[in-house]
Structures are given as structure tokens and as C-alpha cells.
Design a protein around this ligand. Structure first.
Ligand code: MTE
Ligand code: MO
Length: 241
């Protein structure tokens, strides 16, 4: 956790060290991490990982293939210099991270198979920091039960969003990816940031990621079913594989 904070360069380390309540904040974050790892221990099993040679020549794009706004186009032209990932909700230390901040954190690379409910799969090599690192840095409060992912795109007139419970949030293969096959993520696959939640079906893997929010329950978000497709009534909230 200290390494994570240092890598973020937020100066939060100094703040914690000087604060009377620092120690209890630490405990709260570590508690959630431990609880998530203890709960349903079987769900911590890793999804299969493949060899670099197995990657699909073209990773299909599905759902939104871009974000249709002038702001997105302008930021894309500048290499996403203005992109920010906000980490907030039920956290002690909200974060606003640039692409450079995320690239400076410890990285995980994994070659995994993406399974879409529509019946297609693709293998890709994804790289980025683990979500657990960000959650520990932001110090998720004990009353949080879910992590919500906010996206920049609007599909059929609704903002895309998704959510997972703390077990999937702290799963080691749950990463905030900024590279696909060693290159910045293509526009159709969610540039510049997308979730990889390898024990879950494709629609959980939020593209065009702008925010990560810790919440106690999901009823106030969207239509209250925990995700874009879930709100339409098409797909189940729990999409474990
Ligand atoms: N923001 C956003 N995330 C999204 C979607 C979307 O339309 N918008 N589609 C989902 C679905 S159904 C799938 S299968 C995958 C597709 O990822 P890909 O475009 O890289 O294949 O993204 C998921 N995440
Ligand atoms: Mo999908």
C-alpha cells in the first residue's frame, strides 16, 4: 500500500504519517482487502492465462466503438493528456489520476480470453495497475460493498456503467488496462482505459473508463440493477465465469 501511494505521487504518504487518524485509515483499507480475499475464497481462483503467441490478430470491438463527443476527439488527438480517472465515493482519500500516474504504478500483464455473451471470444494481452492498488491508495471505507465503473460513452441514450462486488474488485487479475498487446488500447476497445475483470463475462469490462466509485448499494445508480445491460433486463448482474 505504501508503495502504491508513493507511486501515485499524491503526497498522501506524508499526510497519513502526520495524521492522528492515519493508522485507522490504514486498518480500514487493509480490512477490506483481507475480507475480500477471505470471502468466497474459491472466487479468488485465477482465470486461465495464455501465451503471447495465442493473442487474436484482431481483437473485435463490441458495443460502443468510440466516444462521440468533441472533448473525446480532442483528448484523443493529444494522446489523452487530459484524461482523468477519478476514484471516489466511500473512500477516505479521493484520487484524480492522469495516464502518467497510472503508467507509473506497478503494472500487471496478463494474456486472457474475453468471452462475450453474444457468443464470441478473443485473446488479448492486457497491461495496467491492479484495481486493488488504487482502492488501497484511496482507502475504501468499511461500509462500501460494491465498486462502480463510470464510462465516457453513451449507448442508446444511456451512460454505460458497470459494477462488481469486493471479491472481484480485489481479484488479482482485475486491472485498469491501458495497453492491449503492448500498444495503447485502440479506440474501438476502450481507449485510453478499460477494466479487465477476468473472472467475469465481457459486458463487465467497462471501456472508456472515467471513474471508480465505492458505494454501499447500487439502487441509486442508473435503474438500480448494477449495470447498463442489467438495467435493460438483458443480462444478470453476476456474470462470473
Ligand atoms: N463503456 C463501454 N464498455 C463496454 C461496452 C460498451 O458498449 N461501452 N460493451 C461491453 C461488451 S458487451 C463487451 S463484449 C466488451 C467488448 O470489448 P471490446 O470492444 O474490446 O471487444 O466491452 C464491454 N464494455
Ligand atoms: Mo459482450
Amino acid at each position: 500500500m505504501l508503495a502504491g501511494l508513493a507511486a501515485l505521487g499524491t503526497g498522501a504518504c506524508a499526510k497519513i504519517a502526520n495524521s492522528d487518524t492515519g493508522q485507522s485509515w490504514f486498518d480500514a483499507a487493509e480490512d477490506w482487502h483481507r475480507i475480500a480475499q477471505r470471502t468466497l475464497a474459491g472466487r479468488q481462483r485465477l482465470a486461465p492465462e495464455f501465451a503471447r503467441d495465442d493473442v487474436s490478430p484482431d481483437f473485435k470491438g463490441n458495443g460502443s466503438l468510440t466516444v462521440d463527443t468533441p472533448a473525446y476527439r480532442a483528448d484523443r488527438e493529444s494522446g489523452f493528456a487530459a484524461w482523468r480517472l477519478l476514484v471516489g465515493g466511500l473512500v477516505e482519500q479521493p484520487l484524480s489520476l492522469s495516464m502518467d500516474d497510472l503508467r507509473a504504478m506497478p503494472q500487471r500483464t496478463q494474456v486472457t480470453r474475453h468471452d462475450c455473451v453474444e457468443g464470441w471470444s478473443a485473446i488479448g494481452e492486457w497491461t495496467g495497475p491492479q484495481l486493488s492498488l488504487l482502492l488501497d491508495s484511496a482507502r475504501v471505507k468499511r461500509d462500501a460493498n460494491f465498486i462502480v465503473f463510470r464510462c465516457a460513452d453513451n449507448l442508446y441514450g444511456r451512460d454505460y456503467y458497470e459494477s462488481v462486488d469486493m471479491v472481484d474488485a480485489y481479484h488479482p487479475q482485475t486491472i485498469i488496462a491501458h495497453l492491449l498487446n503492448g500498444q495503447p488500447i485502440p479506440e474501438k476497445n476502450g481507449a485510453p482505459l478499460r477494466m479487465r475483470i477476468e473472472r467475469q463475462l465481457g459486458y463487465k469490462h467497462a471501456k472508456y473508463l472515467t471513474g471508480i466509485e465505492a458505494v454501499a448499494d447500487l439502487s441509486d445508480i442508473g435503474d438500480g440493477k448494477g449495470g447498463f445491460w442489467e438495467d435493460f433486463g438483458n443480462y444478470q448482474w453476476y456474470a462470473g465465469i
